[in-house]
Design a protein around this ligand. Structure first.
Ligand code: SRM
Ligand code: SF4
Length: 562
């Protein structure tokens, strides 16, 4: 007989929550500025995180507010939807909008009393925050190839279909935040879950899906729980999808059984089978993922433990047919789509660099006002990117000059005025909002990346693409473990340094140094850049070089510092 599994407390909470209702309505209307711990866990499914300002935290005295994350499959928005987000940021949040690494927006600093109004405003835009977080399928990503070809429309259609079909069915969101009308008020034991696919306990852990266009790995397809690669033939005809499964990046510095992992090649499918294959893979994780230990609950651990062959067998036996063999694909590259590009219909799109995704006004650099002005005047389509940037689409030839003038008038420069080092960098929010941050990230990245930019230029490597990504803890939100150089918060103002991923997202990097103080990060990297410059062969990249060359071992002085 199978040993009985001791479920984690989060599993019990979900089971007792009546499809994510719990005590949210009652707690929303009480006098407190915060929710109870259990309710905070349920709030995540509704797209909300309770946070406190870590700059002003004094012992148990906390200044509570909420981060709200939208669900915008592939980051596509109309001008009107953008402008309402801009207004919400001012009216209800901290005056900034944050583009995330999964192509959506986050608001920070929303107080409890403003939650219903904020969520209603988002709901009025026919968007939601439901299932932007929590143990469900999250915001589905896709390659942001904006309106340049029919391919975009096809990828977008499938991303939206997957997103819609895997959205929880519960009415809890509407009940708590929008209409306040209770659908069920009977006894707990009489409640019947409406979640026909997920069931009352949803998934064991968060679940991420992304669709890449072959050759464009801006979504980091190997880091998704399910990564799909759309393969097109002649005349933009979709041939089908290569399926990759079991990626994920989160780890814990002290737990060696947690690790970043790239997904495995599972097989190829035609488009008519896409949804059923995706749903079946999710169902295997739903039924076999670890529900006792949340640190082992991501699908990557299930696939690591079973092996991809056993996992594929289980998927195929549920489907009743076999997946076709994985097809050869063109090499991936990380595309940013910065600058002006002509669309298939003759109009233009403009990819703008937004440093670490933060849309704000700061002195002479008024990104938020500049975007608002240009979007109000020209009503472009909006595409958020997996690199925390924004693309304005559907711009007429005759409007290009005016677009540039408006942006310049607000201090915004076009991406070609930034170096590769800066344009390809990313940092997670970390302090002061993220409750899990160990070190700074977004607030210090502008300084560190300019130090590195200086080194890169002085060594003569300015034409190389070297991705530098920083996170304030090992959870990996800015995907640092696939970067050429990853800085990961480890202890107070100290970082572990990872080297040798790939800007194409196809390799994990290697731990190079631990506990490097913030002010020594640049000097730690410089010798690696110099050695690469001196020994680079046949146009190999920084990471290709460091994957074929042994990284220098830590010196005595460094070990002493530890
Ligand atoms: Fe993340 C938790 C921010 C993408 C792995 N992530 C968090 C929280 C919500 C902290 C928390 O749980 O209290 C962070 C909120 C900070 C704040 O103040 O805003 C946070 N994650 C972000 C964002 C905003 C980073 C960014 O720079 O844009 C990204 C939002 C994505 C979105 O729109 O949905 C974000 N997080 C990621 C990614 C990258 C990706 O998905 O492509 C990862 C690594 C991939 C993966 O999931 O394996 C990631 N975040 C995590 C983890 C570790 C999960 C794990 O398996 O161990 C946590 C912690 C957790 O889940 O327990 C986490
Ligand atoms: Fe917070 Fe860590 Fe994610 Fe950064 S990587 S946002 S510090 S959870």
């Amino acid at each position: 007989m199978d040993k009985e599994i001791k479920l984690s407390k989060e599993e019990k909470l979900k089971a007792a929550s009546r499809d994510l209702r719990g005590d949210l309505v009652e707690e929303l209307h009480n006098e407190q500025a915060s929710f109870s711990k259990d309710s905070c866990n349920l709030l995540k499914f509704h797209g909300l995180y309770q946070q406190d300002d870590r700059d002003t935290r004094k012992g148990k005295n906390k200044d509570y507010s909420f981060m709200i994350r939208c669900r915008i499959p592939g980051g596509g928005l109309s001008a009107e939807q953008y402008l309402v987000h801009d207004r919400i940021a001012d009216d209800h949040a901290n005056g900034t909008l944050r583009i995330t690494t999964r192509q959506t927006f986050q608001f920070h600093g929303v107080i409890k009393q403003q939650l219903s109004e904020t969520l209603s405003a988002i709901n009025d835009l026919l968007l939601t925050t439901m299932a932007a977080c929590g143990d469900v399928v999250r915001n589905v990503m896709y390659s942001p190839v904006p309106a340049v070809s029919a391919r975009q429309d096809i990828i977008q259609k499938y991303a939206e279909e997957i997103s819609d079909k895997l959205l929880p069915k519960t009415r809890a969101f509407h009940e708590v935040w929008i209409d306040g009308e209770k659908v069920f008020s009977g006894k707990q034991e009489d409640y019947k879950s409406v979640e026909t696919f997920y069931g009352p306990t949803y998934l064991p852990r968060k679940f991420k899906i992304g669709i890449a266009e072959a050759g464009d790995n801006s979504i980091d397809v190997y880091t998704q729980d399910i990564g799909l690669v759309a393969l097109f033939g002649e005349d933009d005809k979709l041939e089908g999808f290569n399926v990759i499964a079991g990626g994920g990046l989160g780890m814990n510095h002290k737990k060696s059984d947690t690790f970043p992992r790239l997904g495995d090649h599972m097989g190829f499918i035609t488009e008519d089978r896409l949804y059923e294959v995706v749903e079946t893979i999710v169902s295997v994780q739903r039924d076999h993922g670890d529900r006792s230990n949340r640190k082992q609950a991501r699908m990557k651990y299930l696939i690591h433990n079973w092996g991809i062959d056993k996992f594929r067998d289980e998927v195929e036996s549920r489907l009743g047919y076999e997946l076709q063999p994985f097809l050869p694909m063109p090499e991936f590259e990380l595309k940013l789509y910065h600058g002006w590009h002509r669309q298939q219909d003759g109009r233009w799109f403009l990819g703008l660099f937004i440093e670490n995704g933060r849309i704000k006004n700061d002195g002479d650099l008024r990104i938020k006002d500049g975007l608002k002005a240009v979007i109000t005047t020209h009503q472009p389509g909006i595409q958020l990117t997996p690199n925390q940037d924004i693309i304005l689409t559907d711009i007429k030839e005759e409007d290009r000059e005016s677009v540039e003038d408006i942006l310049n008038g607000h201090g915004l420069s076009l991406p070609d005025t930034y170096s590769n080092a800066v344009r390809f960098s990313m940092a997670c929010p970390a302090m002061p909002t993220c409750g899990l941050a160990i070190t700074e990230s977004e607030r210090v990245m502008p300084q560190i990346i300019r130090e590195i930019e200086h080194e890169i230029e002085s060594i003569g490597l300015q034409d190389e693409t070297i991705t530098v990504r920083m996170t304030g803890c090992p959870n990996g939100c800015a995907r640092p473990y696939v970067a050429d150089i990853g800085f990961v918060g480890q202890s107070l103002e100290k970082y572990s340094v990872f080297i040798g991923g790939a800007s194409s997202g196809t390799h994990l990097n290697t731990l190079y140094r631990e506990l490097v103080p913030f002010n020594e990060l640049t000097s730690t990297i410089r010798p690696l850049l110099e050695q690469f410059k001196a020994e680079q062969k046949n146009g190999e990249t920084f990471s290709e070089y460091w994957r074929r060359t042994e990284l220098p071992t830590a010196d005595a002085e460094f070990i002493q510092n530890k």
